[in-house]
Design a protein around this ligand. Structure first.
Ligand code: NAD
Length: 466
């Protein structure tokens, strides 16, 4: 398989100029040059070496998940330690790798055409604070499986664990395979360094995972971009749902890592007929219900206004984003046990917790007259991101209707959000889910260019002798 990308004028000559840096750079130009050099070296190797390289990333993510997860928790100060650890292990174990690489073949009277999937070269990567090292682990496995190398601009608040993980990956890969800097990282990332990566002529493709601002920046960059943007996943519960199962699922999904997942349940629309039993089922399953006075107090404390003029909007307060349910409850004037995973309460749709991607373990429940009203509100408050939506129902017509109307990349029925990534459901995993640009749950093939190799009039061995 031919996998070389064209060398541009500014590409470095091959050689060990950056060997020993283990991927950690302060200068974007040097990082891109090192990643380009690593790409040239990787292009000389076969699929078996890619598999070996990825094995090191997987092994370190799994074996060192406690140490690295604890570092991520201590640095970012959001989410829950047990899930920081679990995310690294899960991504190490389950991110699609070389096994996802495949070719297509057309054969017939006029010979043979083979379509192979070639790397782009060096990919510019932006990662979120919600999963700093886990996103790098997942992106690196998929991108290297496809033969690319990467330069990462991490979120500044998760930069240290990101750089440490990258250093460990590269060191192990260099020792075994003899190539350094397959994953490069900017140690002191800024918006300027992100901009420099976007503009760099040796960056062949961009992959961003983050909120609305970075999604817009990537789409305006003038480069091909894979954009894993924000979500505000709504849940609909209709009158046919298994309420106990719905409650368990909502708690599992919405409380995971204190609601930091982009796919996590963020607001729930319940038909009136089962609203009260649904609230009771939530309590039965271990979530704590706030009364309306407590919900008001929490809203005042945890939702703030940001931006100026026309751009002024509600946003989660940094003080409460990703904090434990007991911390949120305290702000609502309530003392609850520190092991409570989720708090919830009845609100109307005007409460900012409904439109805002809150990323904290409080979920608003809105009473709706009918399933049609619930689906219409779910559509409205998903904001057209087309990211993730969820229904709990045993009525296949309602499921079908909601699936069609929502038009989301992920549509989950009767399970927690993560079941759609193969964690308790079927399918495979990635923490970069590209909605705006349409690639969906990213795999190695997302990061490839199609190349066709045609043999004319020969090699169709099933054909009649000429
Ligand atoms: P964020 O948007 O604040 O930051 C994400 C990254 O983008 C960071 O590295 C940040 O430094 C960078 N950035 C921000 N503005 C930029 C700009 N104008 N130019 C260049 N870079 C810029 O998001 P966050 O708080 O780190 O992460 C949470 C967000 O990410 C949520 O909105 C969540 O839904 C989303 N997310 C999406 C997915 C997905 O797969 N679709 C996965 C995880 C997180």
């Amino acid at each position: 398989m031919s996998i070389r990308a064209p060398r541009t004028k500014s590409s470095p000559v091959s050689g060990p100029r950056f060997t020993g840096r283990h991927g950690v750079f302060t200068c974007v130009n040097e990082a891109v040059a090192a990643a380009r050099q690593a790409f040239e070296q990787l292009s000389e190797r076969g699929l078996e070496d890619r598999r070996r390289i990825i094995e090191h990333i997987r092994r370190i993510s799994i074996d060192q998940c406690v140490e690295l997860g604890t570092m991520e928790m201590n640095e970012t100060k959001i989410g829950r330690l047990v899930h920081k650890i679990e995310k690294l292990k899960t991504l190490g174990e389950r991110t699609p790798g070389v096994e996802f690489m495949r070719s297509e073949v057309y054969s017939g009277d006029r010979g043979l055409a083979v379509i192979e999937h070639a790397p782009f070269g060096v990919i510019g990567v932006i990662t979120p604070v919600t999963h700093s090292l886990p996103t790098i682990t997942g992106n690196a496995v998929s991108m290297i499986a496809a033969g690319n190398t990467l330069v990462v601009n991490p979120h500044p608040s998760g930069r240290k664990v990101a750089a440490e993980g990258v250093r460990r990956f590269n060191q192990a890969i260099l020792q075994d395979v003899g190539i350094d800097n397959l994953i490069c990282i900017i140690a002191e990332p800024t918006l300027e360094s992100a901009g420099a990566i976007f503009k760099h002529r040796d960056i062949a493709l961009i992959c961003v995972t983050g909120g609305p601002a970075v999604a817009r920046a990537a789409l305006n960059s003038g480069k091909r971009a894979v954009v894993a943007g924000p979500g505000n996943p709504p849940v609909v519960v209709d009158e046919t749902a298994d309420l106990a199962r719905a409650a368990r699922s909502i708690i599992r999904g919405a409380s995971y890592d204190n609601n930091l997942l982009c796919i996590a349940e963020k607001e729930v629309f319940v038909v009136d007929q089962v609203f009260d039993p649904m609230m009771a089922a939530m309590e039965q399953a271990g979530a704590i219900r706030l009364n309306s006075r407590e919900v008001d107090a929490l809203t005042k404390a945890a939702i703030v206004q940001v931006g100026e003029g026309d751009h002024k909007h509600d946003a989660p307060s940094k003080e409460f984003l990703g904090q434990d349910a007991s911390v949120l409850a305290k702000a609502a004037g309530r003392t609850i046990a520190s092991n409570v995973e989720l708090i919830f309460g009845e609100t109307d749709e005007s409460n900012p917790f409904v439109p805002v991607e809150q990323m904290m373990p409080f979920v608003p429940f809105v009473r709706c007259r009918s399933v049609d009203e619930a689906i219409a509100k779910a559509k409205h408050y998903e904001h057209g991101f087309r990211h993730t939506s969820i229904i709990h129902s045993n009525n296949v017509r309602n499921m079908t209707k909601m699936g069609r109307i929502m038009d989301t990349t992920l549509f989950v029925k009767n399970g927690p959000c993560m079941a759609s990534l193969g964690l308790g459901g079927e399918g495979y995993l990635s923490f970069s889910i590209a909605g705006p640009t349409g690639e969906g749950v990213t795999t190695p093939l997302t990061f490839t260019r199609e190349r066709r190799c045609s043999m004319i009039d020969d090699l169709w061995i099933l054909g009649r002798p000429k």
